[in-house]
Ligand binder design. Structure first.
Ligand SMILES: *Cc1c(COP(=O)(O)O)cnc(C)c1O
Length: 349
């Protein structure tokens, strides 16, 4: 049997031998006292790359998003976001359960918010409706297939929201993928947001962690909120050591994941019953429709697993495959061949 091709997510990436060595050798201290030198270096480096005053390491992207809402929006206010946004649909409603806000989901065809859509969702001032507290954007948009938010649209949202007295957070879990697709720096494409988060634990390949970025004042308040959530981590330099390597080295290779996703998308498009437009695949996420195969996404995913190919059944009719540093071109081609076989067998049966 072939080795496993795991395309469920880019979170499945394992730390490299170099990361493991750095983790073993990391100089550490107590980060709740801000005394972990390796962690401090990661935060300083991240802030520098994004052109921000300060950064804070958090255990997960979900916690970073929750902290952003706690810090930027009043309890009882609404957070405008795209309807399928991670912060809305994939974080156990922590936005409400913990941050005390309500999500105002905005429906879009392609996952991309615009200022026009955001503006229409802002509540009028008054005594009955929850008041709009903040806006949250996502770049790249995970569930919409890794689509990139154009920088002009992002900046128009930020300018409009600021003028309306609202703060704007960017869930940039995969912002480095967006930067590669746009051919711009992460600092350039995020500069107008009040708050930005990104994950080192996804395509960048580190085992654990995300960073939250903003002004020194914002991050000081965010540190208090992280502690409220129990996210103060002591000798977290062992994690930051891998994060530093991820941050310095991985962005340069993300284009390979995008090229592999394109190969994957083109292969899938040729399979009868599968519907996907490869031109809409901009980064490392490939979402395809399987309704024409006569099988559910879960049935297909289960059969693919018997071929040692793992994918994520996202909705009953769609599957997500994510390319990353632990899957090569040959692995992607093998995934296509396996699906071709599984679909053909299904049609005969
Ligand atoms: C993965 C992801 C996150 C954070 O996920 P964690 O598993 O909590 O680190 C946040 N936003 C988006 C868009 C994501 O894809």
């Amino acid at each position: 049997m072939h080795p496993i091709v795991d395309l469920r997510s880019d979170t499945v990436t394992k730390p490299t031998p170099e990361m493991r060595r750095a983790m073993a050798e990391a100089e550490v201290g107590d980060d709740v006292y801000s005394e972990d030198p390796t962690l401090n270096r990661l935060e300083e480096r991240a802030a520098e790359m994004f052109g921000r005053e300060a950064a804070m390491f958090v255990p997960s992207g979900s916690m970073a998003n929750t902290i952003a809402v706690m810090t930027l929006a009043r309890r009882g206010s609404e957070v405008i976001c795209e309807e399928r946004a991670h912060i809305f649909s994939y974080e156990m409603a922590s936005l409400s359960a913990i941050a005390g806000c309500a999500a105002r989901g905005v429906k879009t065809e392609d996952g991309l918010l615009t200022w026009k859509l955001v503006k229409e969702a802002i509540r009028p001032k008054g005594r009955y409706m929850a008041q709009t507290g903040m806006v949250s954007c996502e770049n790249t948009h995970n569930v919409a297939g890794g689509v990139v938010l154009p920088t002009e649209d992002a900046e128009e949202i930020c300018d409009g929201a600021h003028e309306a007295g609202l703060t704007v957070h960017l869930d940039g879990a995969r912002i480095f993928n967006a930067a590669v697709a746009l051919g711009k720096s992460v600092a350039e494409i995020t500069r107008k947001f009040d708050s930005v988060t990104f994950c080192v634990s996804k395509g960048l390949g580190a085992p654990v962690g995300s960073l939250l970025l903003g002004t020194a004042e914002y991050i000081a308040q965010a540190r208090i909120n992280r502690k409220i959530l129990g996210g103060g981590m002591r000798q977290a330099g062992v994690l930051a050591a891998a994060g530093l390597i991820a941050l310095e080295q991985s962005p340069q290779r993300l284009h390979e994941d995008h090229e592999n996703a394109q190969v994957l998308a083109q292969g899938l498009a040729a399979i009868p019953g599968i519907r996907i437009d490869p031109q809409r695949v901009q980064t490392n996420i490939v979402v395809f429709d399987v309704s024409g195969t006569g099988q559910t996404s879960q049935q297909l995913a289960d059969q693919l697993a018997t071929h040692n190919v793992k994918v994520h059944a996202m909705t009953p009719t769609s599957i997500r495959a994510v390319t990353h540093c632990d899957v090569d071109r040959a692995g992607c081609l093998r995934a296509v061949a396996a699906l071709e076989q599984v679909c053909a067998a299904g049609v005969r049966a």
